[in-house]
Ligand binder design. Structure first.
Ligand code: PLP
Length: 363
């Protein structure tokens, strides 16, 4: 057991709360009003929600009327995809997050990916021509960090007559969102992936695009239900603190880690495609990812075998299987995902532990 603090390398699962978000949430906890009430307490709560809406709109680079708050990335994906589809078929790649696959429904049209996780743009256009009403694409893949060529694919899909929903949950805070808004109809983000709390998210909706939803009046009827004032307050503050200009430093740390992993014999999944940086999905010969994750955890390092929602199950990652890995190869995967607070010293310490941990995992 080391004297050092733990080393957190699982930021794609969730990120630590930033100080500004903590403060905004603490202040919002004491507001008694419902944001829909007309009295002073209600107006205070409304002010918190609308301040956060301005902050999230600024992160999107969009107008405040175009931003709808949701209970997270999962619901933002569902409101966008189901709202655009209105019961018609949806197309997406098998590497998408379970929340996208779930919203796309059982009739989903599958778009193939190559061995590095790049989606086949021509297949996406063919799906649109064949009647898919919506094509859903993650700007950045949660397990691989692969960045899709959305400028090309989304424009072609939209000119073929389909809507485009972009899951930007793993892109927000790392890449500018404006280029995504330029080609999408709806864009989903999540607070807890950028320093805000879990349980808050947002959907950007292109002006003029109508979503099929029903229920109460909140969020102009686009997402009914009393707003999560505290979570939204934290989300707004985190959005305001997000800084894509700080991301290249995380990319550099990730490159340092990746080099060290390659020297230890790792294969990098998605390594041939453009990636956002800071997310490294590696496989070591003859070592189960799960064993490495457990041993690293005991040694003080938090990592993942893939999407957090699939951990605890024995099934290999569907993302890696879609890349063409066989089950054994997919079970070797370990995902390191870095954040702004990580240091070079932490990466070096984690790398220093790995040879011994790999020995144990191989036994
Ligand atoms: C790409 C992607 N989309 C959607 C989600 C879901 O977001 P949330 O946890 O806020 O529901 C996640 C989080 O795991 C994600 O990584």
């Amino acid at each position: 057991v080391s004297i050092h603090a733990r080393i957190y390398l699982d930021h794609n699962a969730t990120t630590p709360l930033v100080a500004a978000a903590r403060e905004a949430m603490a202040a919002a906890l004491d507001i008694a009003g419902n944001p829909s009430s007309v009295h002073r307490e209600g107006r205070r709560a409304r002010h918190v929600v609308e301040t956060a809406r301005d902050q999230v709109a600024a992160l999107f680079g969009a107008g405040r009327d175009e931003v709808v708050f949701t209970s997270g990335g999962t619901e933002a994906n569902r409101v966008g995809i189901a709202g655009l589809a209105a019961g018609r078929p949806v197309a997406c790649a098998p590497i998408e997050h379970p929340s996208v696959l779930g919203a796309a429904g059982p009739g989903v049209v599958r778009i193939p990916v190559d061995g590095d996780g790049r989606i086949d743009g021509d297949a996406a256009v063919r799906a649109a021509r064949a009647g898919a009403a919506v094509v859903a694409i993650a700007a950045v893949n949660h397990e691989l960090g692969v960045v899709q060529d959305l400028a090309a694919v989304a424009a072609a899909v939209r000119s073929a007559g389909a809507h485009v929903h972009v899951d930007a949950v793993q892109a927000a805070g790392k890449l500018p969102l404006a280029p995504l808004l330029a080609v999408a109809d709806t864009v989903a983000i999540s607070a807890h992936k950028l320093g805000g709390p879990p349980g808050a998210g947002a959907l950007w909706i292109r002006p003029g695009v109508e979503l099929a939803v029903s229920g109460g009046h909140q969020e102009k009827g686009r997402r009914p239900g009393t707003e999560n004032v505290v979570g939204i307050a934290g989300f707004g503050a985190a959005a305001a603190a997000a800084d894509v200009a700080a991301w290249p430093a995380v990319v550099a740390l990730g490159e340092h880690l990746e080099l060290g992993l390659r020297r230890l014999g790792a294969r990098i999944h998605g390594g041939g495609a453009p990636r956002v940086g800071g997310t490294i999905n590696a496989g070591f010969p003859d070592a189960l990812g799960e064993s490495i994750v457990i041993a690293l955890d005991l040694a003080g390092v938090a990592t993942s075998t893939g999407a957090a929602c699939t951990s605890g199950t024995i099934a290999p990652s569907p993302v890696l299987l879609a890349l063409g890995l066989d089950e054994t190869e997919a079970r070797r995967a370990i995902r390191f995902s870095l954040g702004r607070a990580n240091t070079r010293d932490e990466i070096d310490r984690a790398l220093g532990m790995l040879p011994g941990i790999l020995d144990t995992a191989r036994r």
